[in-house]
Design a binder for this molecule. Structure first.
Ligand SMILES: C[S@@+](CC[C@H](N)C(=O)[O-])C[C@H]1O[C@@H](n2cnc3c(N)ncnc32)[C@H](O)[C@@H]1O
Ligand code: SF4
Length: 498
């Protein structure tokens, strides 16, 4: 498509606005305009005390335009005012052209709960923050309420971050088979799976070094999260080795939370979970994604509905205190009837957490694949499923405690974690909100060093360190020494002495 920007508007921001209506759009610099090439113009000009934005869309002979103005105000930077004006004009012209109003308004590329937190921290009441999200960012009332509720819960759980806090993430990037829809990095070929024994040896050595460094730096580990892939692909012996290494590094009884992601029901056995319970794991995931066999077949999920029920019962019997279940709304072959059946049946098992993702298609262009209702801008029945999950979960005593949005999800909907009071997956919040460092161990696991300055949170300093992504490279490289040096430098200076 062709995008023309004029005036004081960041072209990349203008592109994100276009993508609300043209998911997967490519923006050519000198693109030749065919008759059906969409041409969008966004212009921002100054008028007295306000930014005035004009937006138009032309496709072939059809042309629509809108203008909006937004007043400058002391609590907002001029750049933000211009962005809001441009967003409002784009949403207005998009609605004229497509008859579609995005439920998240102009919020793209930013976490809604972050914006809500900023509004609350500026002194607004939750009611006023909801109103600001509706009026300024053009969220629907439902999404504005969700963003504020999540922000309030997150802040309650985060409290006052301490620069000495940290968490540890351990990566097991292997799965028994590849699910067709999966958007995560994970290895399933027999050649790569045969590396698991060597991977475990290297991983455990790196875990030892990581905890030794954490101790040396005088940091306090709040949570440990073993993620995947599918960590329960490991044999009971390998799990013992992994959990043993973690127990050597930290007194797990002092952790707020110790998660073993598990996930795939067909990898969960009583023996593995008994090892997990013995070594202090407090939270696991048992994920159905859907409880409809036609949907499971269609998404290439290599387990049956009954395998999920069996794995869930095994998890409950293991005595591990908190169980999470992951679901996906908007999957191909799914519809509202099937999704509501899935959710109702999952809730009947009383898991402690339920995480409802929105289906994220791998290629943006697939979002508008012809003939599929879920690939329309509105996301077919996915929106009703997402709404239903939020109403039903809250009716059943779960509250939304974390949320994030991804690119290329059907209908542009969100992912929400629900929990019963006191069972929230805290690692998820710490990681998402960047309130303390996450030391990551294993192939592809990115360490994120965070120094939050309690007196001035806006000055938070963040550094990312990425190890080799692929298991072969991970096994061959000595990235750890370099990583340790970077971490020492980060913490070595005045950071912890403030
Ligand atoms: C890292 S995956 C690991 C979970 C575990 N291996 C499993 O499959 O049960 C975490 C979750 O992301 C979600 N997920 C993966 N691919 C997705 C996609 N394309 N769209 C939406 N959610 C997705 C699934 O709900 C999955 O349980
Ligand atoms: S088991 Fe989980 S991580 Fe592995 S491919 Fe399937 S969804 Fe992705």
């Amino acid at each position: 498509m062709k995008l023309i920007t004029e005036g004081d508007i960041n072209p990349y921001y203008a592109q994100t606005l276009c993508m609300i209506f043209f998911p997967g759009a490519k923006f050519g610099v000198d693109e030749a305009v065919e008759n059906d090439t969409p041409v969008v113009t966004i212009r921002v000009t100054e008028i007295e005390g306000a930014a005035r934005a004009y937006a138009s869309i032309r496709i072939g002979d059809v042309y629509k335009e809108s203008t909006r103005k937004f007043d400058y105000r002391p609590e907002m930077t001029p750049e933000r005012v211009r962005k809001i004006a441009a967003g409002a004009a784009m949403l207005a012209v998009g609605e004229k052209f497509f008859g579609y109003q995005p439920s998240w308004g102009i919020l793209t590329g930013v976490r809604p709960a972050k914006v809500a937190t900023e509004l609350l921290e500026s002194g607004l009441t939750p009611g006023r923050a909801r109103e600001a999200l509706r009026r300024q960012y053009l969220l629907t009332p439902k999404k504005a309420a969700l963003a504020v509720e999540v922000a309030v819960h997150e802040q309650k759980l985060i409290g006052t971050p301490d620069p000495r806090d940290c968490s540890v993430y351990i990566s097991i990037p292997f799965c028994p088979s590849r699910c067709a829809y999966c958007s995560f990095v994970s290895y399933t070929s027999p050649r790569l799976l045969s590396l698991i024994p060597d991977y475990m040896v290297r991983l455990c050595a790196d875990i030892d070094r990581t905890f030794a460094q954490i101790k040396r730096l005088g940091l306090h580990v709040k949570t440990v999260y073993i993620g995947g892939g599918t960590p329960t692909i490991l044999s009971p012996k390998q799990l013992e080795m992994l959990l043993g290494a973690i127990n050597r590094g930290v007194d797990v009884s002092t952790l707020e939370e110790f998660t073993l992601e598990s996930g795939r029901p067909d990898t969960i056995t009583a023996e593995k979970l008994s090892v997990a319970a013995d070594y202090g794991v407090t939270r696991i995931s048992v994920n159905p994604q859907s409880l409809d066999s036609a949907v499971l077949d269609r998404i290439g999920r290599a387990h049956s509905v009954s395998a999920f029920y069996e794995a869930f019962a095994t998890a409950r019997k293991s005595g591990i205190p908190h169980i999470n279940t992951d679901l996906i709304a908007g999957l191909p072959e799914d519809n509202f009837l099937k999704f509501s059946h899935t959710l109702d049946n999952v809730i009947a098992l009383a898991p402690d957490n339920i995480t409802v993702h929105t289906f994220c298609v791998k290629k943006a262009a697939d979002i508008l694949r012809e003939g599929h209702d879920i690939y329309s801008l509105r996301g077919g029945e996915a929106g009703t499923c997402v709404d239903y999950s939020q109403i039903k979960a809250q009716e059943e005593g779960y509250f939304p405690y974390y949320m994030y949005r991804q690119k290329n999800t059907v209908g542009n909907f969100e992912n929400v974690g629900f929990a019963r009071e006191g069972t929230e997956g805290r690692y998820n919040i710490y990681m998402m909100e960047e309130v303390h460092s996450i030391f990551a161990v294993g192939a592809g696991a990115v360490t994120k060093l965070v120094h939050i300055r309690p007196k001035n949170p806006k000055d938070t300093k963040i550094i990312r360190i990425a190890p080799p992504k692929y298991p072969y490279e991970y096994l061959r490289s000595d990235h750890r020494a370099e990583e340790e040096a970077q971490i020492d430098t980060f913490y070595g200076s005045e950071l912890l002495d403030e």
